[in-house]
Design a protein around this ligand. Structure first.
Ligand code: G1P
Length: 296
Protein backbone atom coordinates (compact mmCIF):
# COMPACT_ATOMS: atom_id res chain seq x y z
CA UNK A 1 0.00 0.00 0.00
CA UNK A 2 1.33 3.46 -0.87
CA UNK A 3 0.07 5.93 1.72
CA UNK A 4 2.63 8.70 1.48
CA UNK A 5 4.19 10.99 -1.07
CA UNK A 6 6.98 13.51 -1.28
CA UNK A 7 7.06 16.67 -3.38
CA UNK A 8 10.50 18.32 -3.52
CA UNK A 9 10.17 22.08 -4.10
CA UNK A 10 13.44 23.56 -2.82
CA UNK A 11 14.94 24.02 -6.32
CA UNK A 12 15.74 27.60 -7.34
CA UNK A 13 13.62 27.64 -10.50
CA UNK A 14 16.48 29.39 -12.30
CA UNK A 15 15.23 28.43 -15.78
CA UNK A 16 12.22 30.66 -15.15
CA UNK A 17 14.03 33.76 -13.84
CA UNK A 18 13.19 36.61 -13.43
CA UNK A 19 9.56 35.42 -13.22
CA UNK A 20 10.53 33.20 -10.28
CA UNK A 21 12.60 35.84 -8.47
CA UNK A 22 9.97 36.27 -5.74
CA UNK A 23 7.27 33.79 -6.76
CA UNK A 24 8.18 30.09 -6.40
CA UNK A 25 7.82 28.29 -9.75
CA UNK A 26 5.46 25.86 -7.99
CA UNK A 27 3.10 28.81 -7.33
CA UNK A 28 2.80 29.80 -10.99
CA UNK A 29 -0.74 29.24 -12.19
CA UNK A 30 -1.78 26.56 -14.64
CA UNK A 31 -5.41 27.31 -15.40
CA UNK A 32 -6.85 28.75 -12.21
CA UNK A 33 -4.67 26.94 -9.67
CA UNK A 34 -0.94 26.91 -8.94
CA UNK A 35 1.24 24.08 -10.23
CA UNK A 36 1.75 22.60 -6.73
CA UNK A 37 -2.00 22.37 -6.14
CA UNK A 38 -2.38 20.25 -9.29
CA UNK A 39 0.23 17.88 -7.84
CA UNK A 40 -1.41 17.72 -4.40
CA UNK A 41 -4.86 17.14 -5.94
CA UNK A 42 -3.46 14.41 -8.17
CA UNK A 43 -2.18 12.59 -5.08
CA UNK A 44 -5.40 13.04 -3.11
CA UNK A 45 -7.47 11.75 -6.06
CA UNK A 46 -5.19 8.70 -6.04
CA UNK A 47 -5.87 8.04 -2.34
CA UNK A 48 -2.57 9.48 -1.04
CA UNK A 49 -3.22 12.15 1.57
CA UNK A 50 -0.02 12.06 3.66
CA UNK A 51 2.23 14.46 1.80
CA UNK A 52 5.70 15.71 2.73
CA UNK A 53 6.77 18.84 0.90
CA UNK A 54 10.55 19.30 1.04
CA UNK A 55 11.00 23.03 0.88
CA UNK A 56 13.37 25.94 1.48
CA UNK A 57 13.09 29.25 3.31
CA UNK A 58 12.53 31.02 -0.05
CA UNK A 59 9.29 29.14 -0.63
CA UNK A 60 7.01 30.12 2.26
CA UNK A 61 4.20 31.05 -0.17
CA UNK A 62 3.60 27.34 -0.74
CA UNK A 63 2.87 26.84 2.97
CA UNK A 64 0.65 29.91 2.96
CA UNK A 65 -1.35 28.56 0.03
CA UNK A 66 -2.37 25.39 1.89
CA UNK A 67 -2.61 26.87 5.41
CA UNK A 68 -5.96 27.13 7.20
CA UNK A 69 -7.20 30.72 7.65
CA UNK A 70 -10.19 30.90 10.00
CA UNK A 71 -10.22 34.72 9.97
CA UNK A 72 -10.44 34.89 6.20
CA UNK A 73 -13.16 32.23 6.16
CA UNK A 74 -15.19 34.12 8.81
CA UNK A 75 -14.85 37.41 6.92
CA UNK A 76 -15.94 35.80 3.65
CA UNK A 77 -18.97 34.21 5.30
CA UNK A 78 -19.88 37.49 7.06
CA UNK A 79 -19.71 39.34 3.75
CA UNK A 80 -22.01 36.86 2.00
CA UNK A 81 -19.40 34.92 0.03
CA UNK A 82 -19.85 31.42 1.41
CA UNK A 83 -18.63 29.73 -1.79
CA UNK A 84 -15.24 31.51 -1.49
CA UNK A 85 -15.07 30.61 2.22
CA UNK A 86 -15.77 26.99 1.29
CA UNK A 87 -13.02 27.06 -1.35
CA UNK A 88 -10.48 28.35 1.21
CA UNK A 89 -11.62 25.71 3.69
CA UNK A 90 -11.51 22.89 1.14
CA UNK A 91 -7.93 23.74 0.16
CA UNK A 92 -6.70 23.67 3.75
CA UNK A 93 -8.51 20.38 4.41
CA UNK A 94 -7.33 18.74 1.18
CA UNK A 95 -4.43 16.70 2.55
CA UNK A 96 -2.20 16.19 5.60
CA UNK A 97 0.82 18.17 4.51
CA UNK A 98 4.03 18.31 6.51
CA UNK A 99 7.00 20.47 5.57
CA UNK A 100 10.64 19.51 5.84
CA UNK A 101 13.50 21.86 5.00
CA UNK A 102 15.91 20.48 2.45
CA UNK A 103 19.30 19.98 4.02
CA UNK A 104 22.29 18.21 2.54
CA UNK A 105 24.35 17.79 -0.61
CA UNK A 106 23.29 19.36 -3.92
CA UNK A 107 21.11 17.16 -6.16
CA UNK A 108 17.57 15.80 -6.26
CA UNK A 109 18.41 12.74 -4.15
CA UNK A 110 18.76 14.92 -1.04
CA UNK A 111 15.10 15.98 -0.65
CA UNK A 112 14.04 12.35 -1.13
CA UNK A 113 16.39 11.26 1.63
CA UNK A 114 15.30 14.13 3.92
CA UNK A 115 11.68 13.00 3.53
CA UNK A 116 12.51 9.30 3.85
CA UNK A 117 13.89 9.98 7.35
CA UNK A 118 10.47 11.32 8.36
CA UNK A 119 8.42 8.71 6.50
CA UNK A 120 10.33 5.67 7.81
CA UNK A 121 10.49 2.17 6.48
CA UNK A 122 7.77 2.01 3.81
CA UNK A 123 7.48 2.62 0.06
CA UNK A 124 6.40 6.11 -0.98
CA UNK A 125 5.80 8.17 -4.07
CA UNK A 126 7.96 11.06 -5.25
CA UNK A 127 6.51 13.62 -7.67
CA UNK A 128 8.44 16.59 -9.06
CA UNK A 129 5.97 19.47 -9.14
CA UNK A 130 7.24 20.56 -12.61
CA UNK A 131 5.33 17.87 -14.46
CA UNK A 132 1.57 18.35 -14.58
CA UNK A 133 -0.67 15.67 -16.07
CA UNK A 134 -4.18 15.71 -17.39
CA UNK A 135 -5.38 12.12 -17.31
CA UNK A 136 -8.53 10.16 -16.69
CA UNK A 137 -6.68 8.14 -14.04
CA UNK A 138 -4.12 10.52 -12.47
CA UNK A 139 -0.43 9.75 -13.02
CA UNK A 140 -0.09 9.03 -9.28
CA UNK A 141 -2.95 6.50 -9.49
CA UNK A 142 -1.32 4.76 -12.47
CA UNK A 143 2.01 4.57 -10.60
CA UNK A 144 0.34 3.30 -7.45
CA UNK A 145 -1.48 0.54 -9.36
CA UNK A 146 1.79 -0.51 -11.00
CA UNK A 147 3.52 -0.70 -7.61
CA UNK A 148 0.67 -2.70 -6.13
CA UNK A 149 1.00 -5.26 -8.94
CA UNK A 150 4.81 -5.41 -9.10
CA UNK A 151 5.90 -4.68 -5.48
CA UNK A 152 9.07 -3.01 -6.73
CA UNK A 153 10.17 0.55 -7.54
CA UNK A 154 8.28 2.08 -10.47
CA UNK A 155 9.12 5.10 -12.64
CA UNK A 156 6.61 7.20 -14.56
CA UNK A 157 7.60 7.26 -18.24
CA UNK A 158 6.46 9.08 -21.38
CA UNK A 159 7.51 8.39 -24.97
CA UNK A 160 9.94 11.08 -26.20
CA UNK A 161 11.72 12.13 -29.37
CA UNK A 162 15.37 11.04 -29.28
CA UNK A 163 16.48 14.67 -29.67
CA UNK A 164 14.98 15.33 -26.20
CA UNK A 165 17.09 12.64 -24.48
CA UNK A 166 19.65 15.19 -23.12
CA UNK A 167 16.89 16.67 -20.92
CA UNK A 168 15.76 13.49 -19.17
CA UNK A 169 16.62 10.29 -17.35
CA UNK A 170 16.26 7.54 -19.97
CA UNK A 171 15.50 3.95 -18.92
CA UNK A 172 17.22 0.83 -20.22
CA UNK A 173 14.20 -1.30 -21.15
CA UNK A 174 14.62 -5.06 -21.08
CA UNK A 175 11.02 -6.29 -21.44
CA UNK A 176 7.61 -4.99 -22.46
CA UNK A 177 5.04 -6.50 -20.09
CA UNK A 178 2.00 -4.94 -21.82
CA UNK A 179 -0.38 -2.21 -20.58
CA UNK A 180 2.46 0.31 -20.66
CA UNK A 181 4.46 -1.64 -18.11
CA UNK A 182 8.17 -2.15 -18.78
CA UNK A 183 10.89 -4.04 -16.96
CA UNK A 184 13.95 -1.83 -16.76
CA UNK A 185 17.51 -2.68 -15.84
CA UNK A 186 18.87 0.83 -15.33
CA UNK A 187 18.62 4.52 -16.10
CA UNK A 188 20.95 6.85 -17.96
CA UNK A 189 20.73 10.49 -16.90
CA UNK A 190 20.54 12.97 -19.79
CA UNK A 191 22.28 10.93 -22.51
CA UNK A 192 23.03 12.26 -26.00
CA UNK A 193 20.45 11.16 -28.61
CA UNK A 194 22.98 8.64 -29.98
CA UNK A 195 23.50 7.12 -26.54
CA UNK A 196 19.89 7.06 -25.38
CA UNK A 197 19.07 3.46 -24.39
CA UNK A 198 15.34 3.85 -25.22
CA UNK A 199 12.77 6.33 -26.46
CA UNK A 200 11.22 6.89 -23.05
CA UNK A 201 11.74 9.78 -20.63
CA UNK A 202 11.45 9.51 -16.84
CA UNK A 203 9.02 12.30 -16.09
CA UNK A 204 9.12 13.16 -12.45
CA UNK A 205 7.10 10.37 -10.82
CA UNK A 206 8.59 7.50 -8.85
CA UNK A 207 7.60 4.88 -6.31
CA UNK A 208 10.64 4.52 -4.08
CA UNK A 209 11.24 1.58 -1.75
CA UNK A 210 13.51 1.31 1.32
CA UNK A 211 16.11 -0.43 -0.91
CA UNK A 212 16.42 2.69 -3.09
CA UNK A 213 16.60 4.86 0.03
CA UNK A 214 19.50 2.68 1.23
CA UNK A 215 21.33 3.50 -2.03
CA UNK A 216 20.78 7.22 -1.37
CA UNK A 217 22.06 6.77 2.20
CA UNK A 218 25.19 5.03 0.93
CA UNK A 219 25.86 7.91 -1.47
CA UNK A 220 25.36 10.48 1.29
CA UNK A 221 27.80 8.59 3.57
CA UNK A 222 30.41 8.65 0.80
CA UNK A 223 29.67 12.36 0.26
CA UNK A 224 30.50 13.01 3.93
CA UNK A 225 33.98 11.60 3.34
CA UNK A 226 34.45 13.60 0.12
CA UNK A 227 31.96 16.48 0.11
CA UNK A 228 32.37 17.57 -3.50
CA UNK A 229 29.78 15.42 -5.26
CA UNK A 230 26.05 15.62 -5.84
CA UNK A 231 23.35 13.10 -4.89
CA UNK A 232 20.88 12.12 -7.60
CA UNK A 233 17.84 9.87 -7.43
CA UNK A 234 18.58 8.57 -10.94
CA UNK A 235 21.97 7.23 -9.81
CA UNK A 236 20.48 5.51 -6.77
CA UNK A 237 17.74 3.92 -8.90
CA UNK A 238 20.28 2.83 -11.49
CA UNK A 239 22.48 1.19 -8.83
CA UNK A 240 19.44 -0.51 -7.29
CA UNK A 241 18.21 -1.75 -10.69
CA UNK A 242 21.52 -3.54 -11.31
CA UNK A 243 20.59 -6.14 -8.68
CA UNK A 244 16.82 -5.81 -8.20
CA UNK A 245 13.54 -5.52 -10.07
CA UNK A 246 12.59 -2.02 -11.22
CA UNK A 247 9.67 -1.20 -13.53
CA UNK A 248 8.51 1.66 -15.69
CA UNK A 249 4.89 2.66 -16.22
CA UNK A 250 4.14 4.59 -19.40
CA UNK A 251 1.58 7.16 -18.29
CA UNK A 252 -1.68 7.40 -20.16
CA UNK A 253 -2.52 11.11 -20.32
CA UNK A 254 -1.40 14.54 -21.46
CA UNK A 255 1.86 15.81 -20.00
CA UNK A 256 2.68 19.45 -19.42
CA UNK A 257 6.26 20.20 -18.44
CA UNK A 258 6.02 23.53 -16.62
CA UNK A 259 9.72 23.96 -15.90
CA UNK A 260 10.85 26.11 -18.86
CA UNK A 261 9.34 29.38 -20.12
CA UNK A 262 8.03 28.00 -23.43
CA UNK A 263 6.65 24.76 -22.03
CA UNK A 264 5.09 26.69 -19.13
CA UNK A 265 3.34 29.11 -21.48
CA UNK A 266 2.09 26.21 -23.61
CA UNK A 267 0.73 24.48 -20.49
CA UNK A 268 -0.92 27.69 -19.31
CA UNK A 269 -2.45 28.26 -22.75
CA UNK A 270 -3.74 24.68 -23.07
CA UNK A 271 -5.18 24.71 -19.54
CA UNK A 272 -6.94 28.03 -20.14
CA UNK A 273 -8.53 26.73 -23.34
CA UNK A 274 -9.61 23.51 -21.63
CA UNK A 275 -11.10 25.23 -18.55
CA UNK A 276 -14.63 23.88 -17.94
CA UNK A 277 -16.11 27.32 -17.14
CA UNK A 278 -13.90 29.87 -18.91
CA UNK A 279 -12.68 27.63 -21.78
CA UNK A 280 -15.47 28.33 -24.31
CA UNK A 281 -14.98 32.10 -24.09
CA UNK A 282 -11.17 31.78 -24.29
CA UNK A 283 -11.38 29.45 -27.29
CA UNK A 284 -13.55 32.04 -29.01
CA UNK A 285 -10.98 34.74 -28.24
CA UNK A 286 -8.17 32.53 -29.60
CA UNK A 287 -10.20 31.85 -32.72
CA UNK A 288 -11.16 35.51 -33.32
CA UNK A 289 -7.57 36.70 -32.96
CA UNK A 290 -6.26 34.13 -35.44
CA UNK A 291 -5.04 31.68 -32.83
CA UNK A 292 -3.22 34.31 -30.80
CA UNK A 293 -5.41 35.36 -27.86
CA UNK A 294 -2.69 37.69 -26.53
CA UNK A 295 -2.47 39.54 -29.84
CA UNK A 296 -3.60 43.16 -30.36
C1 G1P B 1 15.09 15.38 -13.25
C2 G1P B 1 15.65 13.94 -13.28
C3 G1P B 1 15.51 13.34 -14.67
C4 G1P B 1 14.05 13.41 -15.11
C5 G1P B 1 13.53 14.86 -15.03
C6 G1P B 1 12.03 14.86 -15.30
O1 G1P B 1 15.92 16.20 -14.04
O2 G1P B 1 17.00 13.95 -12.85
O3 G1P B 1 15.94 11.99 -14.64
O4 G1P B 1 13.91 12.91 -16.42
O5 G1P B 1 13.75 15.41 -13.72
O6 G1P B 1 11.48 16.12 -15.25
P1 G1P B 1 15.86 17.82 -13.98
O7 G1P B 1 14.70 18.23 -14.86
O8 G1P B 1 15.68 18.18 -12.55
O9 G1P B 1 17.18 18.29 -14.53
Amino acid sequence: MIRKAVIPVAGLGSRMLPLTRALPKEMLPIGDRPVIEHTVRELVESGIEEITIVTSSRKHLIQQHFAPDDDLERQLRASGKPELADAVHELAALAHITYVFQNGPYGNGTPVLNAARVIGDEPFMVLWADDVFVAEVPRAGQLKAAYEDMRAPVLALMPMELQDAPRYGVPIVTRDLGQGRLRISGLVEKPSPEQAPSRFAAIGGYVITPGVVAELEARTRRWRQRPDGEIYLTEALHAYALGHEVYGQVIDGTWWDTGSPLSYLKAQFAAALAHPVYGPELRKLAHDSGGSPAGP
